[in-house]
Design a protein around this ligand. Structure first.
Ligand SMILES: *Cc1c(COP(=O)(O)O)cnc(C)c1O
Length: 440
């Protein structure tokens, strides 16, 4: 099909919703809980999954479907499911194939909310998680696997450690252990990185971040690569009859889309963390310019990182697009168009100076968010990661003095000028002028 050959920018704009003659040109907002049918048998068939169609927006909605199909096309998957948040996407991606008494292995460098979900809430539900250092060797990571392990989990770019995942190693280990590799590609975005082409089996996003891109809508998306063989004895919930659908078997009935269909008709049916149609509408609109925004986010982040490196007050800068960064080669390989828009750095004068810096920025706002058009800053140790112990913080890549910057798509000269005035105090020894004039 012509559409499969489109480049990613074209897919951002065009994939997903395809109108028929006389229908709305852009993806319409179906702000409706229910859908009309005139034949009871037809509705019965929908309930039995024997016919495809929307009947209740907890399970599916045409606006959500338009977004799902766009992201599935961008990631190169067989299907996608929009849910209410990135946290829901993460939880569903695991609960879909893992139950009490089972186990997953995860990279330790994870988003704070994912860490607490995996280390705390899933544990309370009987699902054990072993965290591994993503830089450890194959043998050490493989040693964390158990007979009841059901998935390997990691992030394309760890938030906020900003380590780029070694996809070759993680996909090799997942294949060896015969479990799916689940990747949170929130920071990668399907424009910069396509984990399914790098050996992942399931990809998920907090669409709240770059996919929306304007900080309007919470949301999450799970994409099914459609290649994992669920019929290997470990996943009876997919390969054996489901009594709640009269003995239907997902792998038989839905083939490569078994996983994503089950996530919808089982987890969404019973737990209901669906994306609202309005959020899907806005997120789809955002995703139409993902390719343009990501280029600018990457260019601005690199320019700001290079500038920060030259500042006297700055102790260290962490951006995988900077030569010399431990993940630089991997970033070049897996994210050749840019290392996304998030930077972290530390000030020589430590955590208090970091907080002062955050209080002084004017253009960049202090918000608990990343990935929108506006530049923003945050002190992870006292906010997003404050529920973690200091050891857990260090293991997830958070140092006490770390400032996290989500670099927006403004003119970079203005972002740098703002940082220069905010660093002023920290940059000076008390007598020096506040900042040096800069040239880009
Ligand atoms: C924000 C984020 C999440 C959680 O997403 P929400 O939409 O806030 O629930 C998960 N993973 C990563 C990498 C994130 O940045």
């Amino acid at each position: 099909m012509e559409e499969n050959n489109w480049k990613n920018g074209t897919k951002c704009v065009q994939s997903g919703y395809r109108p028929k003659a006389g229908e709305a040109r852009i993806l319409p907002l179906y702000q409706s809980t229910t859908f009309f049918y005139d034949d009871a048998n037809h509705v019965a068939e929908l309930f039995d999954l024997k016919a495809a169609g929307h009947f209740y927006s907890r399970l599916s909605n045409p606006t959500c479907e338009g977004l799902e199909q766009k992201i599935a096309a961008l990631e190169g998957g067989v299907g996608a499911l929009a849910v209410s948040s990135g946290q829901s996407a993460c939880m569903y991606s695991i609960l879909n194939i893992c139950r009490s008494g089972q186990h997953i292995v995860a990279a330790s460098t994870l988003y704070g909310g994912t860490y607490t979900l995996l280390a705390g809430t899933l544990k309370q539900m009987g699902i054990e998680v072993s965290f591994v250092d993503p830089e450890a060797g194959d043998d050490e990571i493989l040693a964390a696997f158990r007979p009841e392990t059901r998935a390997l989990y990691g992030e394309t770019i760890g938030n906020p450690g900003l380590n780029v995942l070694d996809f070759d190693k993680f996909s090799r280990i997942a294949r060896q252990a015969d479990v799916p590799l689940i990747i949170d590609n929130t920071f990668g975005t399907p424009y910069l990185c396509r984990p399914l082409e790098l050996g992942a089996d399931i990809v998920l996003h907090s669409s709240t971040k770059y996919l929306d891109g304007h900080a309007t809508s919470l949301g999450g998306i799970i994409v099914d690569g459609g290649k994992y063989n669920w019929d290997n004895g470990k996943y009876p919930e997919l390969s054996q009859p489901d009594a709640s659908y009269h003995g239907m078997c997902y792998t038989e009935a839905f083939g490569p889309a078994a996983y994503i269909t089950k996530a919808r008709v089982h987890l969404l049916r019973d737990m209901g963390n669906c994306m609202s149609p309005f959020n899907a509408f806005l997120t789809n609109l955002g995703a139409e310019t993902l390719h343009l925004r990501m280029r600018r986010h990457c260019d601005n982040a690199l320019a700001l990182a290079e500038w920060l490196e030259r500042q006297e007050a700055v102790a260290w800068v962490n951006y995988p697009g900077l030569p010399g960064h431990p993940s630089y080669e991997r970033a070049q390989r897996y994210l050749p168009q840019g290392a996304s828009g998030v930077i972290t750095f530390g000030l020589k004068r430590g955590a208090e100076a970091g907080k002062r810096f955050i209080n002084r920025v004017k253009l960049a706002a202090l918000v608990v968010h990343v990935g929108d058009a506006r530049s923003c800053v945050l002190h992870p140790a006292s906010t997003t990661h404050r529920q973690l112990s200091e050891e857990e913080q260090i293991a997830s890549g958070v140092r006490p003095e770390m400032v996290r910057v989500s670099v927006g798509i403004e003119d970079v000269e203005d972002i740098i000028a703002d940082f220069a005035q905010a660093l002023g105090e920290a940059n000076s020894t008390g007598k020096k002028p506040l900042f040096r004039p800069l040239t880009l």
